[in-house]
Design a protein around this ligand. Sequence first.
Ligand code: HEC
Length: 430
Amino acid sequence: MLFHLQGKAQSPASYYNGVAQIIGKKCGICHYKEGYAPFSLSTYEEVKRHSKEMGLVIASGSMPPWKANAHFRDFADNRSLDSAEKQALLDWLKNGMPLGKKSDLVQPKKFTELPKPDVLLKMPRPYSLAASNKNTYICYKIPFELDSAHAISGLQFFPGLKTLVHHASYQIFEVAESIDLKLGPDYYVYNEDSINRVDDMRDFTFFKMIGKQGENPREIYHGGWLPGTGLIKFPEKVGFNLPKRGVLLIRSLHYSPSSVEANDQSALGLFYSSVPILREVGFAAFQPKNPSPGYGWTIPADTIYRAHLNVKFNNDVSLLFINPHMHLIGKTFRAYAVSAKGDTIKLVDIPDWDFNWQDFYRFKNMVKIPAGSVLHATATYDNTSKNPFNPNQPPKAMAFETGMDESNEMMRLVILFLPYQKGDEEISLE
Ligand code: HEC
């Protein structure tokens, strides 16, 4: 295959002419020294060292991980290789990985040199994860007092133990002066019982950690991190206003089973906006009220279960990000809205769900959902023994939507949105 770059005459791809650029763009966001992936692909030597596995994962399409069907709805940060890039990499591997001339190199965007956050809200003390070989869920409180309030235009969650932090869900609260930020413990470990008692959790977080009865702290922002979630950047004048004094509550920090003891110190980085934030981002999470008529809240063993949710929008909104969520036996997830006029607005389609890759998908442009529209989402679950991700072999009946534990299932759709303003559809999120 001939690779063509920068208007130069066509020449076979070499590392410096073509390959490094593709890898920098499509692999570099995770495969760098401090990155999320297990090894770096930043230099020729590193790429060469992993060339065999690279050939396999590129051919199979498992890397770069990208689960959203671009024919249904494509997103701003689509990481997948287009067919020319894929072919160029495979041909280069087959041709013995020629290095080429250094002068051909157009520096790929270096993700290690992303702008540093203006403030890092970090767990003040490391959490010591035991070598228990079990899933661990904690809720961790990070109080902060800044020089002043700040307008925030972007944020990024940095898992401390990159290979063990499985997901995080967090909220930022403004906390009244009358409340001692150090009140209560730093963190709370869920056990198998408490994890499903959402009310206990709410009481705990609100009243014991950061509030008093009748004096709930004000929620400023709600976000999440899942493998592959990078920088969340809002368009100009969009974001939120970080109060001078408050708490970052990592409401649920899930660690995968570990056979070694390890310390985690995860953090949330925030980027200050140089212009005032005029539009504050909203967060909404939808779950089904009646997931599967006929089956209800249990997924029987040896069945394919289908769940559905719908939500009516009473106001015009503009969508920025969308995040479908299921657990291990999830198979497909599709969401779309139907306007009062009958127009269909395609939102997201995941034809082959993978629990390990749950993005906050960023739309290319803001997507308007007109008032009166109904959002529909359908998810399917494969609770048969044919599903290699089924945690139970032979399959067992699983509860649906009772909690965060992967021994049961769940369906959730999260959106980050704004009240609609004329012209939003023209605003690019790329
Ligand atoms: C969004 C983050 C991300 C991106 C982008 C990404 N990777 Fe990975 N990669 C990972 C993680 C995490 C793992 C380890 C877990 C796994 O295998 O799923 C991994 C594993 C691998 C492996 C080892 C797989 C194995 O079976 O041993 C290879 C090879 C690889 N990646 C190559 C690539 C290449 C080539 C690209 C770009 C074309 C790429 N990756 C893009 C995150 C990423």
